[in-house]
Design a protein around this ligand. Structure first.
Ligand code: NAD
Length: 413
């Protein structure tokens, strides 16, 4: 587990008893101290041992009778780790996913798939993988014959997710596929059907479902800790430099599927509802060569059945900012940053009272991979299955249509 974000210890306003009364909020603060009281037998002091022992007491044994410490703790059997094949050795795979395996309890890398043999050999060396477990895209299907591989993790450009996911499932492997699940609703449906046919598990890599602060927001929203939700607002922006798969329409780029999806998914997990209608506006500047194929910025509104309105924007031309606010009848919940890999912050405001939740953070990728390994090893269902990716893709498709036509679009259900 990462160290507690030291900045999170700064609380602008001391939380009142009323605000701390919000469900698990108060309890979670106590975890921030990281202090556990230690208790155990108190050794006798020399004076009590010497002073109060009756003269008839048997002599204390001075060495263990069987020549080994009497309270020796024997190790538990080491849990079997699922073997993972990582497909696509780009930025996310090399900078986040491969290092995260070091923090996993149930997952270990055993194979790589890459179009660049030299790079793959270096990565295999660094992580102690067997050279015969390096595959290229043209012999990808031979993964079927490798019993060390339980799970295939697809970290490719979005337009390739469906094809490689379906092939990995047909090869008899379980699949974790990066977000967005694919580039069309039809592809998502094919991936779900392929998992059913192969009787294998399919999970979409929504890492925020596996980290404690976003999970706490889900809980607070579900228990209406600050009253019913009225509006939700979210912004996710970053400056993308060319060349980048995100700028290619052919590879399924564009800001909505890449980063707008975080706001869509958060609006869905905060409300617990599926949006019924969207409106959207996109801007594609003609004087910026990065945006020949995809918009720079998209603003969109989601309308939920309960009446909650979610107002979101995403941009590939803006300074990094990744946040959301859940605006409730009696206060609001802020996550800022909300979507980064680390350093997330959660605060609540009710009346004049403001408080920040202090809680130890985890490596999102290690937590997500171990969740899926647990599902695979122990026959459980993943928390973010293919259906979660499909639900977001339905919203993305409606946003694209709304931006193209300028009309409000119903979300297909
Ligand atoms: P990247 O461009 O750095 O990596 C893509 C990899 O795919 C490269 O190794 C590239 O060589 C390989 N590739 C194979 N065939 C290709 C082709 N035809 N064209 C281009 N590249 C090809 O991208 P990335 O940032 O690592 O993103 C990869 C995936 O991970 C995307 O789906 C992205 O949405 C997702 N992602 C998720 C998160 C997250 O937080 N969950 C963060 C970043 C990226």
């Amino acid at each position: 587990m990462d160290a507690i974000n030291p900045e999170a210890n700064r609380c602008d306003v001391t939380p009142s008893a009323a605000l701390l009364g919000v469900g698990a909020f108060a309890g979670a603060r106590s975890t921030s101290t990281g202090q556990a009281s230690r208790s155990g037998p108190t050794p006798p002091t020399p004076s009590s041992a010497a002073g109060s022992a009756p003269a008839t007491r048997a002599p204390v044994p001075l060495a263990p009778p069987e020549a080994q410490p009497p309270d020796l703790k024997l190790p538990e059997a080491v849990a079997r780790k699922a073997g993972w094949a990582v497909v696509g050795l780009g930025q996310l795979a090399l900078e986040e996913v491969m290092p995260a395996f070091r923090e996993c309890q149930l997952s270990r890398p055993v194979a790589l798939v890459s179009g660049h043999p030299e790079k793959a050999r270096k990565v295999a060396d660094a992580y102690g993988l067997e050279p015969q477990n390096i595959y290229a895209y043209d012999n990808f299907d031979q993964l079927a014959a490798n019993p060390a591989v339980d799970v295939v993790y697809i970290i490719l450009p979005n337009s390739l997710h469906a094809d490689y996911t379906v092939r990995a499932l047909k090869a008899g492997k379980h699949v974790l596929c990066e977000k967005p699940m694919a580039v069309t609703v039809a592809e998502c449906e094919q991936m779900i059907a392929a998992a059913q046919q192969a009787n294998r598990k399919l999970m979409i890599a929504y890492r925020l479902h596996y980290e404690p602060l976003n999970r706490k927001v889900m809980e607070l929203c579900a228990e209406k800790a600050l009253g019913p939700i009225k509006t939700f607002s979210s912004s996710n922006g970053q400056n993308v430099t060319a060349p980048n798969i995100r700028l290619s329409a052919t590879l399924g780029g564009g800001p909505v599927g890449d980063i707008g999806i975080y706001s869509i998914n958060a609006a869905r997990y905060c409300t617990g509802e599926e949006p019924v209608e969207v409106t959207a506006v996109a801007h594609q500047p003609e004087d910026d060569p990065r945006f020949r194929e995809v918009p720079e910025s998209v603003a969109f509104t989601l309308r939920f059945p309960s009446g909650v309105l979610a107002q979101c924007d995403c941009s590939f031309g803006a300074a990094p900012s990744r946040r959301y606010r859940v605006h409730c009848a009696e206060g609001f919940i802020d996550m800022d940053p909300a979507f980064d890999y680390r350093g997330l912050r959660l605060s609540l405001k009710q009346g004049d009272e403001k408080a920040e939740l202090l809680i130890g953070q985890v490596n999102h990728f290690a937590a997500e991979m171990d969740h899926f390994s647990d599902c695979v090893l122990n026959g459980k269902d993943p928390r973010t299955p293919g259906e979660e990716g499909l639900a977001d893709m339905r919203v993305i498709a409606a946003i694209e249509e709304a931006a193209r036509t300028g009309r409000a679009v119903r979300v297909a259900g």
